[in-house]
Design a protein around this ligand. Sequence first.
Ligand SMILES: Nc1ncnc2c1ncn2[C@@H]1O[C@H](COP(=O)(O)OP(=O)(O)OP(=O)(O)O)[C@@H](O)[C@H]1O
Length: 344
Amino acid sequence: MTPPLLRLDEVTVRYGRKDALDAVDLDVAEHETVCVLGPSGSGKSTMLRVVAGLQRAASGRVRLAGRDQSGVPTHRRGVGLMFQDHQLFPQRDVGGNVAFGLRMRGAGRAEADRRVAELLDLVGLPGAQRRPVDSLSGGEQQRVALARALAPRPRLLMLDEPLGQLDRGLRERLVMELRELFARLGTTVLAVTHDQGEAFALADRVVVMEDGRIAQSGTPLEVWQQPANEFVARFLGFDNVVEAIVHGEIADTCWGKLPVPPGSRPGPARVLVRPGGVRLTDPADGLPCTVAARTFRGDHVAVVLQPEHGPRLEASCALRDAPEAGDRVGAIFDSADVVVLDAA
Ligand SMILES: Nc1ncnc2c1ncn2[C@@H]1O[C@H](COP(=O)(O)OP(=O)(O)OP(=O)(O)O)[C@@H](O)[C@H]1O
């Protein structure tokens, strides 16, 4: 069996007494795009740095195509890196920036020129070779940085907050372009971001980091549908989490009895209710609540409910059905949107 393109085997990175990575195991298969997601300080950049050879592991192994990379310098690992602030060379023009890695690897001028033209076509900047980089917009600079990272045909492309500085609309567009480009080129990608929308749009697989460890790894759909624990649930923006006692297909909570999916582990647990699974009805027919606030979110309205007992909960409503602040409503719960979480 061929080994994964990248394997981290119990990799620990220590800064002083702190483990920035704590015995992390991770495989990235050839042609896979893996996005590492997590709050600030959870170890995302450290993971990229140790794979690139910019940071030494205190213990564990980094393998690329099965080969232990201990002692292999960055420029011999065959990895491409793109950081959040692009780090383009301001004194070189676009062509000079994209050709940089090629020339470093001994490519002749004609070959480098051909490859630069090919890459600028690929990233949607055909003919931009002679433009000064400071004449480019943020999004264009991002494309040049991407072309530069792809130029030497790295076996693994690593992106650190690739779209961090750009405004939301542009990011959403570029993420789709990147996904299509990586699929077309068959690039293997390890990207880190703190933006879940970006990670979910780009990734075949999402890895959520918490304090130097992997809290969950799965497809975007798996992680979204079944967050492993309360940390992941809250990181994804799900705040409807309460203590519960699960028995059979019921969870007893301060919000009353919630239906849980068949086969849920019985006993004390934390339970998440996705806002889409909170339906509003007459106060007499559900958990009586007062509407504390409502926020327009484009395609839906987030309605914050204050029950008579227990913490507030959020419901997601269609615009035409959304109640007004101060209204009395009843909340009923849909078992498909109730998730029994692992104890953290
Ligand atoms: N050179 C360093 N010296 C000491 N501590 C460091 C160093 N680099 C990172 N750390 C610490 O290691 C931990 C992980 O940092 P890292 O930069 O990998 O996190 P991150 O998830 O990428 O964060 P961010 O999203 O803010 O970039 C943090 O607690 C950070 O303060």
